[in-house]
Design a binder for this molecule. Structure first.
Ligand code: SF4
Length: 414
């Protein structure tokens, strides 16, 4: 099999893993090698030719070549295209081929880094040794200084984890499903303990030289029975315990037929989108999982985003007075983000803020107006400050402006 055919097979097989992103790594080439790693938060989308175009928060674009070392696998995870029971074309890159592809793509300016994952061939140790061989060659023989994100293979030895972490910028170990029960059912060869061990080790040993860009993980959404509450509690736990940079949520893509899998036609993209929105609230808006979901209310409202849903369920705590309420109360208002909340706090020291001023501060007034007052004034007659009225308008707005646009984050759309 020639290299081009392998590349086609192994980039196609890699597309279901969304746990790749880059951030926080600063390494400048010493002029004897090629490639720098950039320090910036990045999200990304993937082109069908295997390129991953990643957009940093500062507008810089980073592209990662996303490939599998092999799509052969000794495991049989029910939801995975590459599971051993599937009759698909298999291929294995040699370490030399990984280097060849990466360096050629880098020289042609197609990519600035590599995301390397793998199915499990022979054993976790054997697989990770192959990956280490490739990445080590890339760093030491080709002096490649660009960004590298590798998937750590659960079950591989600590010694190999140590070596791999010293070669790459970011590591991820995919938790895949939020509960042990789900894992046992759909990925019986895997166990949660192996993933936690990796996360523990990376957290304890992280430094400027060891996994400088931190670790991330991925959870599959909708393949098993777990609720959004189960998923968010797991994420919150991992952010706190292992200092994760990101949890990626990947809507289950129905690629296999199996009685244990849900029979759905399309991936639950809207649900995936709600989880990303809620994850953002946890990380940047001081929300707790218990603010958003509870046992009586274990799943996000598909029709309305989690912050608006929170505001409607706590309507008695609104409207918030823009000229008086705290920074954290401002962050609870739909349509007010971190930047606009900071601007409001700063501006109101100098003048009394009116509705007209808010747009200039970056507030999305068409959402925020329902939940605020400016010097005691509501945007319209106070009789309209009613949960049913606001909910109706927000759902209309959300569905008109976004329904046709919902798409899975980080898959193969340019
Ligand atoms: S370990 Fe499971 S999820 Fe990973 S490649 Fe193998 S079958 Fe797929």
């Amino acid at each position: 099999m020639d290299l081009k055919e392998k590349l086609t097979i192994l980039t196609e097989s890699a597309k279901y893993d969304v746990s790749c992103s880059s951030s926080g790594s600063n390494r400048v080439s010493d002029k004897t090698g090629i490639g720098n790693a950039a320090s910036c938060g990045i999200c990304h989308s993937f082109a069908s030719d295997g390129r991953c175009h990643s957009f940093a928060s500062d507008g810089r674009c980073i592209s990662l070549l996303k490939i599998l070392m092999t799509n052969s696998c000794i495991y049989d995870c029910k939801y995975c295209l590459n599971r051993k029971s599937n009759d698909i074309k298999r291929a294995v890159f040699t370490p030399e081929e990984i280097c060849e592809v990466t360096i050629n793509f880098y020289r042609r300016n197609y990519i600035e880094g590599l995301f390397l994952s793998s199915g499990i061939i022979k054993s976790p140790d054997y697989t990770m040794e192959l990956m280490i061989k490739a990445i080590s060659m890339l760093r030491n023989k080709y002096h490649f200084g660009g960004y590298i994100h590798a998937k750590a293979i659960p079950g591989a030895s600590e010694m190999l984890l140590k070596v791999l972490g010293n070669l790459v910028d970011r590591l991820s170990a995919n938790i895949e499903l939020p509960t042990e029960k789900g894992l046992k059912l759909l990925a019986p060869n895997k166990n949660k303990g192996d993933v936690s061990k990796i996360m523990h080790y990376v957290k304890d040993n992280r430094s400027r030289h060891y996994v400088p860009a931190g670790q991330s993980t991925q959870m599959i959404v909708g393949a098993s029975q777990e609720s959004d509450l189960d998923i968010m509690e797991k994420s919150s736990h991992m952010y706190n315990k292992y200092d994760l940079k990101r949890v990626f949520y990947s809507a289950y893509v129905p690629v296999n037929k199996d009685s244990l899998l849900p029979s759905i036609e399309k991936p639950p993209l809207r649900r995936e989108n709600r989880l990303y929105q809620a994850d953002w609230l946890l990380r940047f808006y001081n929300f707790k999982v218990s603010d958003l979901l509870d046992k009586d209310n274990p799943n996000f409202n598909i029709l309305i985003d989690p912050k608006a849903d929170y505001a409607l369920r706590h309507i008695d705590e609104f409207p918030k007075e823009i000229n008086k309420c705290s920074y954290y109360d401002l962050l609870k208002v739909p349509g007010i983000g971190v930047t606009s909340a900071k601007r409001i706090i700063s501006c109101r020291r100098n003048f009394v803020i009116k509705f007209d001023d808010l747009k200039r501060m970056g507030v999305v007034l068409k959402r925020a107006k329902y939940f605020i007052t400016c010097s005691g004034k509501y945007f319209t007659n106070y009789d309209f400050f009613r949960k049913d009225f606001i909910e109706h308008n927000l759902i209309l707005e959300d569905n008109f402006s976004k329904a046709s646009n919902v798409m899975q984050l980080s898959l193969f759309n340019e």
